[in-house]
Design a protein around this ligand. Sequence first.
Ligand code: XMP
Length: 515
Amino acid sequence: MKTSIWIVDFGSQYTQLITRKFRELGFSSIIMTVEDALEKIAKESPEALVLSGGPQSVFEDTTDYSPFFSNNKLPILGICYGMQILGQFFGGKVEKGVQGEYGLAKLKIVSNQKIPGLPNESDVWMSHSDHVSKLPNGFKLIFQSENGLTAGITHEVKPILGLQFHPEVHHTVHGKDILSYFLNEIAHLKSNWSSKTMLETSLEEVKAIKGSKVLCAFSGGVDSLVAATLTQKIIGDDLYCFFVDHGLLRPQDIHHIKLLQEKTSLKIEIVNVEEQFLKALHGHKDPESKRKIIGKTFIDVFEQKVLEFEKNHNIKFEYLLQGTLYPDVIESISPHKKGGKSVTIKSHHNVGGLPERMNLKLLEPLRFLFKDEVRAMGLELGLKHNWVFRHPFPGPGIGVRVLGELSRDSIRKVQESDQILFEELNANHLYDSTWQAFTVLLPVKTVGVKGDGRAYEEVIAVRMVNSQDGMTASITEVPWSFLNKVSSRICNEVKGITRVVYDCTSKPPGTIEWE
Ligand code: XMP
């Protein structure tokens, strides 16, 4: 991707949003670590630099940031911590805050600077404790907070803007006006990002490897479907998709794959390895052990099947196609995540170990995109709306939706109850209004009455959540009549279930999946 706005990531939780907002304004940008940016800036001369917010304090930071400020013509936007860095560098004073400013605050324009679209007073999102208490040399004050603190500064001659608040956060009502002011009127950049450039960039990526055989661990989810469709457009029959049926799928998943086999020109090989998974999982109750076994078995069987396929067809795969998205790329470069001591909540199952093991190079044509952009691209590629807007389904599938040990009968209970939920969501036009909806089998028995007899059977939990990215989630509010219908159908139609409960836990503290 040709882009030369660098967003230097000081570890703010909002850094991704700067890229998002820039794209909405028609500009591409890349996120870089501080170390990378400091090392490369002299050689690669970006068109503009954004110094993001971060959790540090300038009082503890001894890094020499002078390479960022050596070119007087380089447009720079400092946000929160970024503004404090430039404030200190240019001879201003940063003071430790007594109270700090967190959350919504009022921003006042205190100069005659005209910013298109921005009223004299507006709501902004603040999240800082230190602040710039004396203006740096050559700067003028343009914004103040309602507490009288410095909220925005600009250089008298150089193209530099410093903001103590976060213009990238949705709650900053005129954030886009301010970012647009920086890009267009301070930096004078040319817009370069649109859905057309997005598609072209991804296609370029694939064109570069034309002639090679490409392997795809295909799940049928939106990311792998869009990545495969895009790749197939360029390399045609050199793309081979393998779908692993581990027996932990819902009826809708099998149906979906068969439909894709029939309706698209993708070559999809279904590998049925149900027995291997059930055998490997036998006797295991612990959620982490189950996740690890599913992940390892997946890689083992996938490698074995591909090697057999290569032998039988006398071909050699060179690339592994993956639907990696930009948030995963950012996550892997974030200073706090990379090598950091973050606690493992769940071992997510993916095919991360495959490329080295099978000596494959990676092809990741979606790695600059966010989920909604991938969906837009999917539609542009002619994929059906309901394929592109499918709910996420975890790699370990029903394996983490039967709590405790798995058996054929427990898998059946989740498959049948999930199918009922799916049918009712569609019948009531509720599928698109929730991020994810599924059923979970709880390994407890409760007493009930069926017909005239006593029943002592298991419980199904229905979980429906709304989310932007799966990182946080809130429960979906659904009509009682809908829950009533789903519950009644599950108790009547799924053998061995007498009770249905609705999970009303947000994330955090709950996670979306139960295991
Ligand atoms: P949690 O349960 O961590 O889930 O709150 C967040 C989102 O991730 C999905 N999920 C997975 N996706 N492999 C995946 O591809 C996994 O191992 C996995 N575990 C959870 C989950 O369905 C939700 O959308």
